[in-house]
Design a protein around this ligand. Structure first.
Ligand SMILES: Cc1cc2nc3c(=O)[nH]c(=O)nc-3n(C[C@H](O)[C@H](O)[C@H](O)COP(=O)(O)OP(=O)(O)OC[C@H]3O[C@@H](n4cnc5c(N)ncnc54)[C@H](O)[C@@H]3O)c2cc1C
Length: 357
């Protein structure tokens, strides 16, 4: 990941919260959002040129593999070639891509860990190979997968949900971003894994079904790895030229280094300045930090979120239990959202306007 403070986009992301307060609500005073110009990536994905693009990727990947044979880079190039071949096969018009996760009676799918990348001091990205190269995950937005692992001294396996960070139409792999908790059994198991090992994964675990323009404006309040379901929503919205939803993100972290997916979020801010706004809050902010400091406060949310009385808005919340408690109240169980409490209730949002991941 690139250094946050180094880029122009990062400057935008870290723009002083106080300065951003000048506009009380994110919906106020904004011009009608222009139709976004799809990036080449988006066009390649959505347009009829998908196959030629994939074939070009195949050729490039193949060339790289030829020159790097035998090295780790060669293995990655080979994986890219396979992925491009899978993508070409999966994007034939009228042919539905095969799904790795089909839910129902399918049960657990044992996935091979292909690659591990260290993202920061406590977070790694894990790339798992789907059972076939031309398979997509089969996840709808928003949904998650469940990972299972049985510690040797435990009677029962540990089950935990994770939200993949790769595009839903990516073929051949599944990327999970996992933060390690010192005594957390599942996250520790992830961080102890090495390429070549396997993990049982099940899905999809349906969350909040998204459809284009379902809401006019959504607010995402995330803490730490709570960003992954929010990023899934953002991908669905901004990868679809038909979807004009406005998005306001409030993202709390301990330190600047802990901000996950910052490059991707900064890129969204740069590409869609009228439709995507991000406000960053750090518990342990460096001296020169221009964003919010401390925890996510009522004052900040009152200032940047769309007002409760605004038509057709939705506020999504995901983060560690203490944050959920303070902002919205915790869920009772995966299927029971529990009562709305905390800051959002005090600000006048209704339970129907809030979704807890
Ligand atoms: C819908 C959903 C999607 C998720 N996606 C991801 C993801 O993509 N990547 C990821 O790393 N984690 C994600 N999580 C959290 C994940 O499921 C586990 O809770 C986390 O990995 C800790 O598990 P553990 O067994 O290691 O530790 P546990 O023993 O379960 O908990 C250890 C510590 O983690 C804290 N914790 C529990 N839940 C959360 C949470 N949701 N966010 C932050 N801290 C928490 C606890 O307070 C405790 O201090 C998601 C959770 C949900 C509900």
């Amino acid at each position: 990941m690139s250094v946050f403070v180094a880029s122009r986009s990062a400057f935008r992301a870290a723009a002083p919260v106080k300065r951003q307060f000048a506009r009380r609500y994110a919906t106020e005073g904004q011009p009608t959002p222009p139709t976004p110009t799809p990036t080449p990536t988006t066009e390649a994905k959505k347009g009829s040129n998908a196959i030629p693009y994939s074939l070009a990727a195949l050729a490039l990947g193949g060339a790289a593999y030829y020159f790097l044979a035998g090295t780790p880079a060669a293995k990655k190039a080979e994986a890219n070639v396979k992925s491009a071949a899978g993508a070409a096969a999966a994007k034939v018009p009228g042919v539905a891509a095969k799904k790795a996760f089909t839910g129902g009676e399918q049960g657990w799918v044992s996935l091979l860990l292909e690659d591990v990348e260290t993202v920061n001091h406590n977070t790694k990205r894990f790339r798992f190979k789907l059972p076939e190269d031309d398979m997509v995950s089969g996840l709808e937005v928003a949904s998650a997968v469940l990972a299972k692992f049985k510690p040797t001294d435990a009677d029962k396996p540990v089950l935990r949900p994770y939200t993949p960070i790769n595009d839903e139409d990516a073929t051949g792999y599944l990327d999970l971003l996992v933060k390690k908790y010192p005594n957390g059994p599942m996250s520790t198991h992830f961080h102890d894994m090495a390429p070549g090992q396997r993990l049982d994964i099940k899905g999809p675990l349906p969350k909040y079904p998204w459809s284009p323009n379902k809401h006019q404006h959504i607010a995402l309040i995330a803490g730490g790895t709570g960003i992954t379901p929010m990023f899934q929503l953002c991908r669905a919205i901004f990868n679809n030229p038909e979807d004009k939803t406005k998005v306001t993100l409030v993202f709390g972290n301990v330190t600047e280094e802990d901000i996950l997916l910052k490059k991707e979020l900064a890129s969204l801010e740069n590409t869609y300045p009228q439709r995507f706004r991000a406000f960053y809050v750090l518990d342990k902010a460096p001296k020169e930090w221009a964003g919010g400091k401390g925890f996510i406060t009522q004052e900040l949310l009152k200032t940047v979120l769309p007002e409760p009385k605004t038509d057709n808005i939705k506020v999504f919340v995901c983060g560690p239990p203490p944050m959920m408690n303070a902002i919205s109240g915790n869920k009772k169980s995966p299927r029971d959202q529990g009562e709305l409490a905390g800051v959002l209730k005090e600000l006048g949002y209704t339970p129907e306007q809030v979704y807890k991941f």
